[in-house]
Write a protein that binds this ligand. Structure first.
Ligand code: NDP
Length: 611
């Protein structure tokens, strides 16, 4: 990129950095981390590692006989996707619904992620679903986890989803019975249920993963994954008070969005805390605030959808007269996406060329990340620690984090950052973690190492789906996801996938799930209205959609190729199309939801065969 005298450079004014030097630094930091094993570096939580996914939050084990019955709709998963589907189906008049959930309660990710400090990092007034339907206003701009879990339970109560639910139950197989036009659902409870429709809301980041560290089994100390926090060991609860750690040397592996939220609490309570870092996160300010009661009073009907739409537009490069949410997310997107290009075009009095647009994005990104790095210098007292906490990559290479106590935690004398210079932890022994050739003795090691991405859908779900003519979904999707509108697949009638299978992605995940739930409710209502039994995507419609997704999905490939590895870019492995954003619909969420609405308005269920 030649920035000298370019129109974009003139617009941005004098740059106090050398873009080409920064680019070289970013590429060097990426190269330090790229590994040939990509996703294979992680351990699947099966066999001797299955203890890492046991449910530590069960209050009362449920005893029941196996079921051999039939319901109209089975929803698998009681997180936001399942709750929204249940709610929208109830509104559409469906009564015979059963939610199957492996946890003991509704809540999904908020059931599992109870680690200290857990909170949502998208504004709660947009993030918590169905606020107006429940007449509820969150207590803070960013809600803490217990409030979100409680809200999930309240949604389930409001829409009568506890009724007939099967909690503490894991699906083991779904099989289509062509003769009866019904799904047979097997579970680990010996159930053999039948359902006319099934909707799968398994969650996009539902399966914890562990780092494949040599010697991981040799370690004799206490271990757990952050999504199964063991308060019986640490003491306290998700608001902190980890008194059990007062005399413990604690290690934590990982410095992603989860670790950023729990490390301040670990730092406060552990006798010694060792944070094993491979790549630092970018940490911007959070600035959480209690909800202003006057503002809450002033809200008028329709406010939540309007706010969600406003946020969605702003974080999708769209323009709005007002930024209602006005936070770190809208700020980043304003400066680093199409919005910035539009503003620049106006100033220049002409459209930017493709090269100018790319230059503007890159330079603005450098400016933003320079600010993030400067914030580290301002908050972290020790120079070496500060240097190690600086992220050297573009803002969207990894999930941006927002936190007001994380960086300061490293000023505590008991908190030690063990920066592994991109290499990760080397090895574990009976009582220690080895990094940079040095042994760090710990009593407890916490894995904040995230969740499976890029493994097969059926592996992450934990069951296969066998459709018409014995077709396994794992085979049908062996070369990539195949759907219409991200929701259903040829050969799998009356079956729907919620989440991130060939759909549009947005920062506010529940917004996407709500659009999907509305669309599913529409399809089921129409099938019922037309007195039909089955609804199936045609092979042609599926192929056309797959072609469209692949054509549009090329956008961003170059961006991620230059990124430091992570689950956004399939751990830096290029070309295998398995990163978190691959196979998403490239039209972006605004246009995508419009497309779904237009399809519904047309009213002919285009691409679907009914029988
Ligand atoms: P991530 O996948 O983001 O982070 C995993 C961490 O483990 C990374 O820092 C990774 O380093 C590190 N790691 C993996 N293997 C090793 C190793 N061998 N040695 C040392 N370090 C290692 O998982 P999270 O649970 O933090 O977050 C997952 C997602 O969950 C987030 O991106 C976000 O979407 C969501 N989330 C949302 C929150 C919210 O507020 N709404 C809060 C928390 C999470 P490296 O970067 O080098 O790979």
């Amino acid at each position: 990129m030649n920035t000298s005298d370019s129109a974009v450079k003139t617009l941005l004014g004098d740059l106090d950095f050398d873009p080409s030097q920064l680019k070289q630094k970013y590429l060097a930091e990426r190269d330090k981390r790229v590994r040939t094993d990509g996703n294979e570096q992680y351990i699947e939580v099966t066999a001797e590692f299955s203890k890492y996914v046991e449910d530590p939050y069960v209050e009362q084990p449920i005893e029941r006989e196996p079921l051999n019955d039939e319901v109209e709709v089975v929803i698998i998963g009681g997180g936001f996707g399942g709750l929204l589907t249940g709610a929208r189906l109830r509104e559409a008049g469906f009564e015979d619904i059963r939610v199957i959930e492996k946890a003991s309660d509704f809540g999904g990710t908020w059931y599992w992620n109870r680690y200290p400090g857990a909170m949502c990092d998208v504004e709660s007034y947009c993030y918590l679903p169905l606020l107006e339907e429940l007449g509820y206003i969150p207590q803070h701009k960013y809600s803490f986890a217990p409030e979100i879990l409680n809200h999930s339970r309240n949604i389930a109560k409001k829409f009568d989803l506890y009724n007939n639910a099967c909690l503490q139950t894991s699906v083991t197989e779904l099989r289509w019975d062509e003769a009866q036009s019904r799904w047979h659902i097997q579970t680990d409870r010996g159930d053999n249920m039948r359902a006319k429709y099934v909707a799968m809301a398994n969650g996009p980041l539902n399966r914890p993963k562990l780092p494949g560290i040599p010697g991981i089994n040799d370690f004799k100390g206490y271990t757990f994954h952050t999504s199964r926090w063991d308060y019986s060991y640490t003491g306290g609860d998700s608001s902190g008070g980890l008194t059990g750690l007062k005399d413990k040397k604690v290690g934590i592996i990982g410095t992603g969005a989860t670790a950023v939220q729990c490390i301040p609490h670990l730092g406060e309570w552990a006798k010694e805390l060792y944070v094993f870092q491979r790549t630092p996160s970018s940490i911007d300010e959070r600035n959480n605030q209690p909800t202003d009661p006057e503002w809450a009073e002033s809200l008028t009907p329709g406010w939540q959808q309007a706010r969600m739409d406003n946020f969605n537009a702003l974080v999708s490069g769209g323009e709005q007269e007002e930024d209602l949410v006005h936070d770190g997310w809208t700020d980043i997107f304003r400066n680093l996406t199409g919005t910035a290009a539009k503003i620049a075009s106006r100033k220049l009095g002409r459209r930017l060329t493709g090269a100018e647009r790319a230059e503007l994005m890159e330079l603005s990104d450098y400016q933003k990340m320079n600010g993030i790095r400067q914030r580290v210098d301002e908050l972290v007292e020790d120079g070496n620690t500060a240097e190690a906490l600086k992220p050297w990559y573009r803002q969207f290479c990894k999930r941006p984090c927002f936190h007001d106590e994380y960086l300061d935690t490293y000023n505590r004398p008991n908190v030690h950052l063990v920066d592994t210079h991109g290499k990760g932890v080397e090895r574990m022994t009976e009582n220690a973690v080895i990094a940079n050739g040095k042994a760090y003795e710990v009593d407890c090691l916490i894995f904040a190492t995230g969740f499976e991405v890029g493994t097969s859908y059926t592996r992450r779900a934990g069951y296969d789906i066998i459709g018409k003519n014995g077709l396994h979904l794992s085979d049908h999707w062996a070369d990539g996801v195949r759907t219409l509108q991200g929701l259903s697949s040829h050969g799998f009638p009356n079956c729907f996938f919620l989440g991130f299978t060939q759909t549009a992605i947005t920062v506010n995940v529940p917004h996407a799930l709500n659009e999907q739930a509305k669309h599913i409710a529409y399809m089921l209502s129409e099938t019922r209205r037309r007195q039909k039994n089955t609804l199936e995507v045609t092979a042609e419609a599926e192929q056309d959609y797959v072609d469209e997704v692949r054509r549009l999905a090329k956008v961003g490939a170059r961006f991620y190729a230059e990124c430091t590895p992570g689950y956004y870019n399939s751990e830096g492995k290029q070309g295998n199309n398995a990163g978190f954003f691959s196979d998403m619909h490239g039209a972006g969420p605004i246009r995508f939801y419009e497309m779904l609405a237009e399809w519904r308005d047309e009213g002919n269920l285009a691409g679907m065969a009914l029988s």
